[in-house]
Write a protein that binds this ligand. Sequence first.
Ligand code: FES
Length: 117
Amino acid sequence: MTGPATVVDVCAFDEMGDGEARRIDTHGHRLAVVRVGDAVYVIGDRCTHAEASLAEGEVDTDTLHIECWRHGSSFSLVTGEPDVPPATRPTPVYEAHVADGRVVVSLAAEGTEVSRG
Ligand code: FES
């Protein structure tokens, strides 16, 4: 049985540029918050291959992927899945939306994966 997810306000949406990624550490979670147009996506910031911050990688606003700067695996902002090795495991995906100009993220209990939808 899981408890209700913690909902946190992580930053102002308008502070972020289109295609910008930002690392946010909160409540024991390390998040990569990404703005694409009027949408916001939040995935786990830690690359599943080795230690790297995905928020420091390049965002592809057309394919909705973010590329790990260390070895080039590119993670879907929608599913968290990497496209090519060396990373093989997905990074968590968090439910996120914009409310009153703020980016609001729902953190799953115990850092488990949350699907968008
Ligand atoms: S650390 Fe990210 S692909 Fe290797």
